[in-house]
Design a protein around this ligand. Structure first.
Ligand SMILES: [Zn+2]
Ligand SMILES: [Zn+2]
Length: 249
């Protein structure tokens, strides 16, 4: 950290040594099954990146990414816990957590970075939709041209579907470690077997809806805070830019 300016939004700093960050992504496999990759969960959803990647403008701009005038670039949060917290969001629950070494130009936010270049150092696999640890990847039924999206499922839910083991996926990623994430976390909001909140006599909801019903409000606060912090940082930036434009006018 030595030498870093204290202001958290200094324009385009450049990293002399790579910094580790964490992010969510969907695992992908190429149509011919010979390559592994990832696609973003929000911005840049349509483009697939491999283990080492340079950011390109997701809006089709010609500027180098990241730019203060655009929201493109790779994003990460600073801690594994913040990434795990984001993964509790129903929109991201089937994503994996990537550990990335960040390099090149970057913009710093309170909880994370927006940056130019990354190398994926490890892939952490979370839960199957049923709540058990994901152990193999199957097709998610989504994708983009040339790439199929994968989702991790447990040994019971995989059934007789064709699957890719974590070791195989690691090979498709040039040997990048692919591992099960630690499931024994005391603050984990998903409690699949605690039905005390359900009304008496009600049939058990299917696992997918049950998980959502049981998200504890208190546990939601830290994960929403992490997400809002990133969104807020982007809003601040846009507002500042709008302010400048208005002044010029
Ligand atoms: Zn851009
Ligand atoms: Zn399962």
């Amino acid at each position: 950290m030595a030498g870093w300016p204290s202001s958290r939004r200094t324009p385009k700093e450049r990293l002399s040594t790579p910094l580790v960050g964490y992010k969510l992504a969907h695992p992908m496999v190429s149509a011919d099954g010979t390559q592994g990759g990832f696609c973003g969960v929000t911005l840049g959803r349509a483009s697939v990146y491999r283990v080492v990647a340079d950011a390109e403008c997701a809006q089709g701009g010609r500027h180098s990414s990241p730019s203060r005038w655009c929201d493109c670039g790779f994003y990460c949060v600073n801690t594994l816990d913040d990434a795990r917290a984001l993964a509790c969001d129903p929109d991201y629950r089937y994503a994996v957590v990537l550990e990335v070494a960040v390099s090149g130009r970057f913009l710093r936010y309170e909880k994370g970075l927006r940056y130019a270049r990354q190398r994926v150092g490890a892939v952490r696999v979370g839960r199957c939709g049923c709540g058990h640890a994901g152990t193999v990847f199957v097709e998610a039924g989504a994708g983009t041209v040339g790439w199929r999206r994968l989702v991790a499922v447990c040994t019971s839910c995989v059934g007789n579907r064709p699957s890719i083991t974590m070791a195989e996926f690691s090979r498709l990623l040039d040997g990048t470690p692919v591992m099960q994430d630690d499931m024994a976390r005391p603050y984990d909001p998903v409690r699949p077997y605690d039905l005390s909140g359900a009304s008496a006599g009600e049939d058990e909801a299917p696992a997918d809806t049950r998980d959502l019903d049981q998200v504890d409000n208190a546990a939601l606060v830290p994960l929403l805070t992490a997400e809002v912090a990133l969104l807020q940082a982007r809003l601040d930036e846009i507002q500042r830019q709008l302010g400048r434009l208005t002044e010029r006018g």
